[in-house]
Design a protein around this ligand. Structure first.
Ligand code: AMP
Ligand code: MG
Length: 506
């Protein structure tokens, strides 16, 4: 819903705003560059995430709509903020780029949330920064809505992700393949520090910078490690572990990030950068949606391996912190990165067991059982989300098999799998109610389906109709509930609705 037009420019001093800290802005100059958002032509607020705003200490009843619009479109910045663009490097599709940085994003500052955690408030699409190179620093409406929908959906699914606090139109146009409405998304993150932020320091041989950065990350994300015998080694270990768990969660909801470059991987363990990302409809291990991923580097099944590759780049960057003796540092770092595979596998299998309704983790053969299901789903072009959701009811009542069978082009393939599954369930003694509830809590009914996101974007871009966008955001905030009146949003795409390619739209 469009709530207000705003034209304020400059500085905001509203009593409803939380205090903005200047922590990253206070790091040494080589970490960041000061910049201000470009004044938008005719800003218009599309949406504010009221629940998140409250969590962050915004008192919306004490902020004028015109001030909110100004804040979330870049027309004005809070009086106590000192916006900066963050410097980082990154491997993009395997090629190292030593200087990237926030080219179309601006960290306004940090606020302390209700739980006492610092959170970054960042505008994305608010105009050029010193790191923009040839880019215009702007974002088009489509990618802004996509990021809003998908990041919020990930959060509601229980998967660590950056959040969306607001979306606004700037009133400017941006030039891509076509002329598009410009927009800004306000992103909230535990921090915006990436693998590439470490690489930026390492590429400059800046050991002092590495140390300052690592200390900052420990203080902010891993405070317990400050007293560890080797805090930096423990830090690498902790980041690897969080990423192993994160990627396992992605795999379990069929999420394909699409552009897992090292500059798009956080050290906090939050999913970041929802560019060409997409969810699987029919299960396919080799699925790629992103138009720029021509080699399929970031295909669904490659994600764990590529995450580990990225973490090896982080380990390389951190070597000087790990041990002054390079050989010893390599040995220690290597062991940690190698450990990712086992951690991922453990997290993945635990999650997949839960998805098929199993509690007892001590039984051999579950990996084969899960694999057999995925193989049958791939052959039968079964919809990933719908199949697992339908399994919930089938687990406690074979009469509910029909809904699962309907997902397979050859339903007999499911029958063949279900026989040993039922045997295994019978050994895994739990009450039906408990099993059903546990399965429904890990197998969502609703995911952000690509065809629905496209539909919402087309309506917004062509007709300024935000109805489907609003509806998607609302429904996806409760993905594990059936919401029968929203059943159309749980449907797989018809053949003519299928989205084959996604674009990052930068
Ligand atoms: P991304 O693909 O979003 O991860 O962005 C990769 C790099 O390109 C980052 O350094 C971005 O800041 C930069 N970038 C992307 N789009 C733009 C743009 N429109 N203007 C300036 N820089 C951009
Ligand atoms: Mg990025």
């Amino acid at each position: 819903m469009i709530t207000a037009r705003g034209t304020i420019s400059g500085v905001l001093d509203s009593e409803g705003l939380p205090a903005f800290e200047r922590i990253y802005a206070g790091l040494p100059e080589r970490f960041r560059a000061e910049a201000l958002p470009s004044p938008p032509e005719a800003p218009l607020l599309i949406k504010v995430n009221e629940a998140l705003a409250a969590e962050l200490g915004f008192d919306l009843s004490h902020i004028e709509p015109v001030e909110l619009t100004a804040l979330f479109s870049g027309a004005a910045v809070p009086h106590d903020a000192r916006p900066v663009a963050i410097a980082y490097a990154g491997h993009q599709f395997g090629n190292f780029v030593p200087s990237l940085g926030d080219g179309r994003a601006l960290l306004i500052g940090e606020v302390r949330d209700r739980a006492g955690q610092l959170r970054d408030i960042q505008l994305k699409g608010s105009g050029p920064t010193p790191y923009s190179r040839r880019g215009d620093g702007r974002a088009a409406l489509g990618p802004v809505l996509r990021e809003y929908i998908v990041s919020e959906a990930m959060h509601a699914l229980g998967i660590p992700a950056t959040r969306a606090l607001a979306a606004a139109l700037t009133g400017d146009v941006v030039y891509r393949e076509t002329v598009l409405p410009g927009a800004v998304v306000t992103r909230v993150a535990a921090s915006h520090i990436r693998v590439g932020t470490f690489q930026y320091m390492a590429a400059r041989g800046d050991e002092e910078g590495l140390r300052i950065l690592a200390d900052h990350v420990i203080a902010r994300h891993y405070p317990d490690l400050a007293d560890a015998p080797s805090p930096y080694t423990a830090l690498l270990e902790a980041i690897v572990e969080r990423q192993a768990r994160l990627i396992a969660r992605w795999m379990q909801v069929g999420f394909i990030h699409g552009v897992m470059n090292t500059d798009n991987m956080t050290v906090s363990g939050e999913t970041i950068d929802f560019g060409p990302c997409a969810f699987l409809d029919a299960y396919s291990a080799t699925k790629v949606f992103s138009s720029i991923d021509q080699q399929g580097r970031y295909a669904y099944r490659n994600q764990p391996g590529l995450a580990q590759w990225n973490l090896a780049r982080l380990a390389e960057a951190m070597l000087p912190l790990i041990d002054a003796d390079t050989d010893k540092a390599i040995e220690a770092a290597n062991a940690i990165v190698v450990g990712f595979a086992g951690q991922f596998q453990t997290a993945w299998l635990a999650g997949m067991r839960a998805k098929i309704g199993l509690f007892d983790a001590s039984v051999d053969g579950d990996l084969d059982l899960v694999q057999a299901l995925l193989t049958a789903m791939e052959a039968g072009e079964a919809d990933f989300t719908r199949t697992f959701r339908a399994l919930c009811a089938a687990a406690i009542d074979p009469a509910a098999d029909a809904a699962v069978r309907a997902e397979f082009s050859d339903p007999a393939a499911y029958d063949g799998w279900a026989a040993p599954w039922r045997q295994r369930l019978a050994d895994d003694r739990r009450g039906a109610g408990e099993r059903l509830a546990a399965m429904r809590a890990v197998n969502p009914a609703f995911i952000p389906r690509n065809h629905r996101i496209e539909e919402a974007i087309v309506a917004a871009v062509e007709r300024r109709d935000f109805g489907l966008f609003e509806r998607l955001v609302a429904v996806l905030s409760r993905p594990y509930e059936d919401q029968p009146e929203q059943a159309d949003l749980a449907l797989a795409p018809q053949p003519d609705e299928r989205v084959m390619r996604t674009f990052c739209g930068t």
